[in-house]
Structure formats: structure tokens, C-alpha cells
Ligand binder design. Sequence first.
Ligand SMILES: [Zn+2]
Ligand SMILES: [Zn+2]
Length: 446
Amino acid sequence: MAKRLTKRKVVEEPASEADEDDDEEAVPESKSAKKRKTTAAKVKLQYEDDSEVEAEEAPKPAAKKRKTPAKSKAKSSQDTMPLAERTVISSLKKAMYIGAHVSAAGGVQNAITNAVQIGANSFALFLKSQRKWDSPPLAADARTGFETLSKQHSFEVHKHCLPHGSYLVNLAAAEAAKADQAYRSFVDDLQRCEALGVRLYNFHPGNTNGEAREAAVGRIASQLNKAHKATEKVVTVLENMAGQGNVVGSTFEDLRDIIALVEDKSRVGVCIDTCHAFAAGYDLRTPAAYADTMGKFDDVVGYGYLKAFHLNDSKAPMGSHRDLHANIGTGFLGLRAFHNVMNHGVVEGLPMVLETPIDRKGPDGKTVEDKKVWADEIKLLESLIGMDPESDEFKALDERLQTQGESERVKVQDQVDRKAVKDSKKGTKGKRGKKKAADDNDSDSD
Ligand SMILES: [Zn+2]
Ligand SMILES: [Zn+2]
């Protein structure tokens, strides 16, 4: 890929400051509502075996030395040192805005610095702590910092910033107190978006908690209608889900049914997470399968509602309903799936956000975040635009990445196979077994 990259122009961006630390932590994917009820400490543990992204400040790997701006008061210049330069969109054959879910630890303004550091042209972030119901209001300096930095780095945040909603929030919650708590947190996030000039807000539709799906869908839509009236412009973007059972949003039909009940259609959209779609049974691997899946999306939901992508490979096979994000090209989706996305005209201009794992074992055995992984994946994805999939270059990349992910795929395939055997045994024990199997699947879906 490096060969192709050198051909491209890049934006010269100065590194910028990221000041005070806080304990705020970003974990881009969640568990079912059942698990949402667990304590904060437990929530963190759940993610650990999931290889989900944790976009938190962490020691950085050695990066190529570049000039550090004199005015920077960053806690360490290494924290903001560019790992890749941002590609000038006009130098690409298609306007593809690829980025990642970055940390906003220390304030939302730091997300921009973190996006710049990895060469991202779009980004996601959490607008407040994902583990607490109560968060301090958006600080004035964070808000001005966000505005200043987005201008300085030419980020069109109204188009290419896609915050991710809290996992604690379940808009399908039936019980009045829970529904009210969920609504307040949700609308607070939307208000933060509006204060920051952000126009898209991605969230997980919800969980039925075992109650009737139709009623749950109705509750989600009515919460959205209320939230839309309480805010002005932000578009609430439903993310498709991987799970089944109690999870709402694993099928395009679920998304359609919610949208159908939303009064202001200009305020609702969909984000397709490639890993979730694949785990839910939608194939994207070959051009024909991709066209079929996207055609279904268009028929059932409509391209008009497509607002964003989460670009993740899958450690689990198709239809497994397991939400295990893999690095691009290393999973069961494979590089060709991403070639399909990158060369699809309809998706041009949308924010495309990586939520791939970046935890690596350091030399001392400790786990560290290696943001260079995202920097490289962004360039890899950009290189796929217009690349001939029959070329030696593509084949070599594909093979290298598949080899890299092989042991992980074998491991997860084995888990899935064992579970299928277990479930089929349960199934023979009657209805209770079936219900339990559905709940099990549910619980490892984000
Ligand atoms: Zn998500
Ligand atoms: Zn996602």
C-alpha cells in the first residue's frame, strides 16, 4: 500500500494541545440492555474479551519525528505527534472521508487532535462518559476548543463528525423511570451535538428486554419524536446491530419500522456497521453479495436514510450474531468487502469510522493502544479506491491480511461451532432451551 500512498497529496497539520487528563474513557461498542444494568466496573470487563476499541489516552508508539509547534502545551509532544498525514480528499478518486472513533478524554476538543494525529478525515467520539448517567455539562472551553480546532484543521464537523451514543441508554425501555432516564441522557447528547455544530448522532436502537418487539419499536420512535421536538437539527442515526433475541436493529426491517414511526423523517438516518451487518447475516464479501445486501437496504430502508458507515472486519463468521470487530482485511469479511464499500458510488461523502481493535502487547507485556493501526487502516482503505481487485497489489494485500488474522478466525469459528452444537442440544429440550439460546446470542451482541 505504501507505494500508492506516496502518490497522494497530504494536508500539513500542526499538532495541537491536549491538556488535562480525566478518567473519562471511551469504549465504542456495548452489550445488551440486560448487561447495561451492570456496574461500571463490570461494563469495562465485558469489553475486554471483545477486542472492541478503547479510545483512551495511552502511551504512543514511536512515531516519525516531525516538527512540534512552539505553542503546544501538550502534556507530551508524543501524544499528539502525527502518525500519518491527512489525505487531501480531492486527491482521491472518490470523496471518501475515512476516520476512526477516537478518544475525547480531557474534553471533546481533544477528539479533533486525536483524529488529526491518525490522518483521519472523519471521526467519532463519545460526548460524555459512557459509564455514568450523570456527566458535567459541556464545558465552555471544550466547546470553543472544538470549534477552533475544527476550523484550524478544516473539519466539516456538521458532515464528518459522528458521535456515538451511550450504552446505558435504551430508548426501548418500558418502565417509566428508566425510559425517562434514557431520554434525558439521549437528549442531553443531542443538545451537546447542537452546541458543537455536529449534525449526525449515532446510537444503538435499543433492547426489548424480552417484551413485544412492536411495542419496543414504538417506544423508540416516540422517544425520538420527543427528542426531535426538543432539539433543532441533529439527525439521529440508528446503527444496525449484530445480535438477535432482544436486540432491536439487527435487521433492515427493524430499522425501517422505527423510521416509519418517526414524524420528522429529515431527523432520522442509518449507519451501517459492516461487522454488525455481516454477523447479522448480511453478506458483503463479493461484489454480487455486496450489491445484493445494499440493494436490500435500499428496498427496505432506502439509500436516502444512509448517513454513515462503521468500518470493521469481523472475527466471527457470517450470521453468528457475535459482535467481534477485527482489523480491516483480517477477519471473515476480508479485504474484498471493503473494496466493495470503497468503490460504491452511493456511499461517497459519508463519514466512515473505524472501530477496529488497536490494543497491542507492549514489550513489557502490558497492553498499550497503538493508534498507528488506525493511521495505517485509513491509508489502506483509501488505497482501495479505484484499485483493481484482480491486481497483484490487491491480491498480495488480501493474502497478507488474511494470514495475519487466521488464528483468530479459527479460534472464533471453533467457539461458534461449539455453541451451535450446544444450542441444538438445548433446542431438543423444548421451548425454554430455545429462549435461553436466543438470550445467549443476545448477550454477546453490541
Ligand atoms: Zn455502536
Ligand atoms: Zn459500530
